[in-house]
Every structure is written in C-alpha cells, then in structure tokens.
Design a protein around this ligand. Structure first.
Ligand code: PHE
Length: 367
C-alpha cells in the first residue's frame, strides 16, 4: 500500500487503473463461477472479497489519488467490489441448493421398500390343528377336556374294559413308570381323560380331548414314541352309531372342507361295541373312478385311514358310574400327527418333531 498522498499528487495509481480493476474483477468473477462447492465459494470469497483481496487493497489506495481522481476511482472499485459480492451471494445460493439436492438424493429413503424384512415366526402345525379341532367341537357345543400325561394304570386301561389279563392290553405298547407298584403309565391314548370326565360329571357329556400320548414305538419315518391325538366322547340318552357317523362327517368337513366324508370299516376296541375304523375320503382323487386307480396319496384305495371309533361299551359306562340302561354314547380317536402328514404329504413323521423352523415356516400362522 502506498503512503498517504501528502506531498505529491500522482495522477495515477496502478491498482486503480480501469483496466487493472477490470482484470481483478474478472479474475474474481471467474474464480467465483468456477467454485462448485460451499467450501470453494468460501475460499473465493476470502481471496476476492476479503480484507486482503486485490480489490480491497486497491480500495485502500484511493486516498493516494488527487482529490479530483478519487471519486471516479472510488466508483470503479466500488462497482467492481459490488459485482464481486453479488456474484458470491448468487453463487453461494446456487451451490448450497445444489449441495442440498445432492444430499437429499444420497440420503433418499424409499418409503415404498418392503418393511417386513424381520423374520416372522410361524406356528407349529400341531398347535394349529389342535386348536382348530377344539374350535370345531366348541362350535357344536362340546367342551374341551384335558388330563395328565402320567396317568393311573386303572384310568388308562382297566376302566376302559382293558383288565390286567385282557389280551388287547398289548395293542398299546406301554411306557411304565417306576416303581411298578405305583401302577402308573405314560398315557397311551387320551381315553383316560374321558374316564375322568364320566367319573366327575353327570351326563349329558360332550367332550373333545386333544393331547400328547406315548407308546414304545421306535422313532422312524412313520412312528414316534410321542404323538398327538384327539379323542371325542358323547354320552346322552338315545345316542347311536348314526350320531357318531354324522358327527365325524361334520368334523371331517369342518377340518378339510366341503365334500370330505368318512367311511366305517368293522374293527375291534375293548372300550367300544360295535367298533369301527374310520377312513377319510381321499382329498386328492376323491375316490373318483378313473382317477383313484392311479392315486399315489391313497395308493388306489380312495380312502385314507384316520382313526378308531364306536359305541361306548356298557362295561365302560358301568366302570365310570354311568347308568347303561339310561345312557348310551359314542367315542372316537384319531392321530393328529398322521392327519397332518397325510394331508400335506409329509413323507417323514420326524419332521414334525425336529424343531427345524424351515419346516414350520411354510405353515405360517394358520392352516
Ligand atoms: N383310544 C383308541 C386308541 O388310541 C382310539 C379310539 C378312541 C378308538 C375311541 C375307539 C374309540 O387307539
């Protein structure tokens, strides 16, 4: 910077020459135009509009001019500085807007993306089918009854017309609970729940008994030492085999859909007389001639085994304190595990018990 112009009057100060001011202004405007980030604009402001910028320094030279030249130089520098600061203001608005746009684009959240990426749990088909079966019977006005899994031998066998010497005791391979003198077993069916109900309640009785049961079967693709049953018992005046058939047909339709029906085949159970095996109409071929012959699901039978049933043996009614002269009833029982494997063509029963969530997942939360 030159010293105050006290003892001489220069006609001209180089930084204040019109071409020089113009050059400084153009240089500033070029730098501002080239600044494409907020930081670059800040630098351009510092270099071209700050206290030590060429135009600011030139401004300080004005005092060195003769008074008559000051006004013109002042205007020139003032205009140049004005143009520079306007350019900076405009540029920083533009750059800030661009930067914000870039940020918005980079941080964009797609609200249409699916949000349910958290794995959703599913229910085990056994739980679902047990509840579904209970619902079907509750809708008919029946009650759901439960009992202990470790059961008195008398309730599991004797009361059901399966005395100690009855040959049919071996039909159900039994886990005995130690000591033998306790006469306790792991229940081999849920029928003892029916016995308990008859012993404690007056007819009419209409109950469904879903539950876990145990037999000494080796675990393989079609057997398990632990499995699940639902049994039903109805005791009332005037009940017959016809009521049993109607009930099972309704049960089958409610569980598997319209058109599902059942058939009976003669059989034997100590606790029912007469007794029958109950089969379900094959859901794949419907026993339709021409289709049934090649059906792999029912192996050409047209029917799939479902469970056992019959009219309650009067000896059971007597053992449970029910008057056989006044009351009669029917009972049935089916395996829930086999119901599921048959329905969904699951070839290995063990899949039901492995606890692998990849198996349960396709069942979702309902059947
Ligand atoms: N309790 C029999 C079983 O587990 C099933 C059944 C129940 C059969 C009721 C007839 C009547 O094998």
């Amino acid at each position: 910077m030159s010293a105050p112009n006290s003892d001489y009057d220069p006609v001209e100060v180089t930084p204040l020459r019109a071409d020089e001011v113009e050059r400084m202004r153009d240089e500033a405007l070029a730098a501002i135009a080239a600044a494409d980030t907020v930081e670059a604009v800040k630098q351009a402001r510092l270099h071209h509009a700050g206290d030590r910028s060429p135009l600011a320094l030139a401004n300080r030279e004005i005092g060195a001019l003769p008074p008559q030249a000051r006004k013109e130089a002042g205007q020139r520098v003032g205009q140049a500085r004005g143009a520079v600061s306007q350019a900076i203001a405009a540029r920083s608005v533009a750059v800030e807007a661009a930067e914000e746009e870039r940020m918005l684009a980079a941080e964009r959240v797609d609200v249409t993306l699916p949000w349910d990426v958290e794995p959703v749990g599913s229910r085990h088909p056994l739980t679902t089918i047990s509840e579904h079966v209970s619902d079907i019977f509750v809708a008919m006005g029946w009650a759901v009854a439960e009992g202990p899994e470790v059961e008195a031998e008398w309730l599991n066998f004797d009361a059901l017309n399966l005395g100690p010497d009855h040959p049919a005791r071996t039909m159900q391979d039994t886990f005995w609970v130690k000591p033998a003198s306790a006469a306790m077993v792991l229940r081999t069916h849920t029928s003892p729940v029916q016995v308990r109900t008859m012993l404690t309640r007056e007819p009419p009785i209409y109950i469904a008994c879903p539950g876990r049961v145990f037999r000494t079967d080796e675990l393989d693709a079609t057997h398990s030492p632990v499995f699940h049953q639902v049994e039903g018992l109805a005791i009332d005046e005037g009940l017959s085999m016809a009521h049993l058939k109607g009930t099972l047909d309704h049960f089958a339709e409610a569980l598997f859909g319209e058109g599902t029906t059942t058939r009976f085949r003669p059989s034997y159970f100590p606790f029912t007389e007469p007794s029958a095996e109950v089969d379900l109409l094959c859901h794949v071929c419907g026993n339709v001639p021409g289709v049934v012959e090649t059906c792999r699901t029912c192996r050409g039978e047209g029917w799939i085994e479902w469970g056992g049933c019959g009219v309650v043996n009067p000896r059971v009614l007597v053992a449970c304190g029910v008057d056989p002269e006044r009351y009669s009833g029917f009972a049935f029982g089916m395996g829930l595990d086999r119901t599921i494997t048959g329905r969904y063509e699951i070839v290995d029963l063990r899949d039901l018990f492995d606890g692998d969530i990849r198996f349960t997942q396709p069942f979702g939360v309902g059947l």
